[in-house]
Design a protein around this ligand. Structure first.
Ligand SMILES: [Zn+2]
Length: 346
């Protein structure tokens, strides 16, 4: 059990958080804790269960397009989960998603991003996590609204208060939709962290729809797109076969750099330029079809948990704790508990 302070997160204005490592037998088996009655003022012995920091007591300032809204973690999680993962996914995958989203929110609640110093998280998926609204979900899900919201809320409640730490801080629990064979190494994208490393992932073209996609681009469109972003590229009109030079891969097999018309272009830039689903692609000139062909695997940046991989692991019988340990290796699943300023130990 950890004795050191981990976070400086204030909870409803009182006390500090001390995380308690969840003992292995509790992983994946924890029932939703009931909100405990307030302990008697003079109670000589404090039951640990009565001071766990549960989602209902953690208030988040959430920046949406229009405003900053305060909501509890219990209110935030199902709406973020609804925006980020299909509600039809397996329960253990949804629980893993709940822990990843809770951890991310706690990380930036403790140390807000410069992009929104007034809010803990925002609803921009390119910055924090996407966020649904109840109104939109009612129209999106129709008669399934009640069933799906209950499913997401139950997955969040089953992991109430639990998050991942690395060296006493909430981990950077980024995630993505899918990868083929292995996930991306964070270092390749400038986010070198011991737990954001390339790991195996179980998706196959047979188990995940559109895992592998193809993007066709005519020579004229290719030249116009490249020229807009890389004006120094030299693309002789009569010889498109010469335009693509050496393609360099990172340690996880994704494109780090490619030489286009003599200019070096990063894999991420190429992904943006041609709206590719990931940087895990091959690029070749198809002389017969007179077109460039991108063959792309997976969807997203590739770091951290693969959501489709998590769903497949869940279907294969893995618990959310096992899924999180696989995609964020070395992190610890903990539960925050309140202590008073005298620094009670447990
Ligand atoms: Zn944000």
């Amino acid at each position: 059990m950890k004795q050191s302070f981990l976070l400086s997160i204030l909870v409803t204005g009182v006390g500090f958080l001390l995380p308690v490592l969840l003992s292995p037998p509790r992983l994946g088996a924890q029932e939703t804790p009931e909100a405990p009655p307030a302990p008697a003022a003079a109670a000589p012995v404090r039951d640990r269960s009565d001071i766990q920091v549960l989602d209902g007591s953690v208030v988040l300032a959430v920046q949406t397009e229009a405003q900053i809204t305060e909501m509890t973690m219990a209110e935030y999680l199902p709406l973020a989960m609804a925006a980020e993962m299909p509600a039809a996914f397996s329960d253990e995958a949804l629980k893993a998603q709940a822990v990843a989203l809770r951890t991310y929110a706690l990380r930036y609640r403790a140390n807000r991003k410069a992009a929104h110093p007034e809010a803990d998280v925002c609803s921009d998926p390119g910055c924090c996590a996407a966020l649904e609204t109840e109104e939109h979900l009612r129209s999106r899900w129709g008669e399934n609204y009640g069933v799906y919201m209950e499913k997401l809320s139950a997955a969040a409640a089953a992991t109430d208060g639990q998050y991942l730490v690395w060296e006493d801080e909430p981990a950077l629990t980024v995630f993505h939709a899918s990868s083929l064979d292995v996930t991306e190494d964070g270092a390749a994208l400038g986010t070198a962290l011991p737990y954001l490393v390339s790991v195996s992932t179980p998706e196959t073209p047979e188990t995940v729809q559109n895992l592998c996609t193809t993007v066709e681009v005519s020579a004229a469109d290719f030249a116009a797109t490249v020229t807009r972003t890389v004006p120094e590229a030299s693309l002789p009109e009569d010889d498109p076969a010469s335009w693509v030079g050496t393609v360099s891969l990172d340690g996880a097999g994704r494109v780090s750099q490619a030489v286009i018309g003599g200019a070096s272009v990063s894999g991420q830039t190429l992904r943006q330029m041609f709206s590719l689903r990931s940087t895990d692609f091959t690029l070749a000139w198809d002389g017969e079809g007179q077109r460039f062909l991108f063959r792309v695997s997976g969807y997203g940046h590739g770091m951290g948990m693969s959501q489709h991989g998590a769903n497949l692991m869940a279907k294969a019988g893995k618990s959310y704790g096992e899924i999180l340990e696989h995609y964020y290796p070395g992190t610890e699943l903990v539960m925050a508990v309140l202590t008073d300023s005298a620094g009670d130990s447990f």
